[in-house]
Design a protein around this ligand. Structure first.
Ligand SMILES: [Mg+2]
Length: 133
């Protein structure tokens, strides 16, 4: 899959890449450091990602701000977006589902647990029919 990974924390980006290479998964990762950068990529590119993995707490444009813009766009609103966060805040979760997400995944603190959880999330989406923009 082509995955747009929106995350401001470099360590988190390294963790995802490490998981994908360690498990030998064939996914392409495009990185964006915040919502603004992600929108630039989505609006300028000719191919759209299959799924978006989205952090919530980011500078410049937060995850929920990004989601609102995404879901208001006639073309981009179809992209399955999965929130990947450490926030167990129920208000965040409700707000994300209200705007429109395909999933809300809380990142485990232990690396082994992170790897297992990410593998199952990515496998699930790999088994889905995707929009193929
Ligand atoms: Mg963050």
């Amino acid at each position: 899959m082509n995955i747009l990974f929106i995350e401001d924390d470099m360590i988190e980006t390294m963790k995802l890449k490490r998981t994908i290479s360690k498990l030998q998964l064939k996914h392409n990762i495009t990185e964006a450091k915040n919502g603004e950068e992600a929108l630039d990529i989505l609006q300028s590119g000719n191919t759209l990602p299959d799924i978006i993995l989205l952090d919530l707490n980011m500078p410049r444009m937060s995850g929920t701000e990004f989601l609102s813009v995404l879901k208001a766009d006639e073309k981009l609103k179809f992209l399955p977006t999965i929130v990947l966060t450490t926030s167990e805040n129920r208000a965040d979760l409700l707000e994300c589902y209200r705007i429109g997400i395909a999933g809300y995944v809380i990142k485990p603190l232990k690396y082994e647990d992170y790897e297992t959880k990410l593998q199952s999330v990515l496998n699930y989406w790999d088994n889905n029919e995707l929009v193929k923009g």
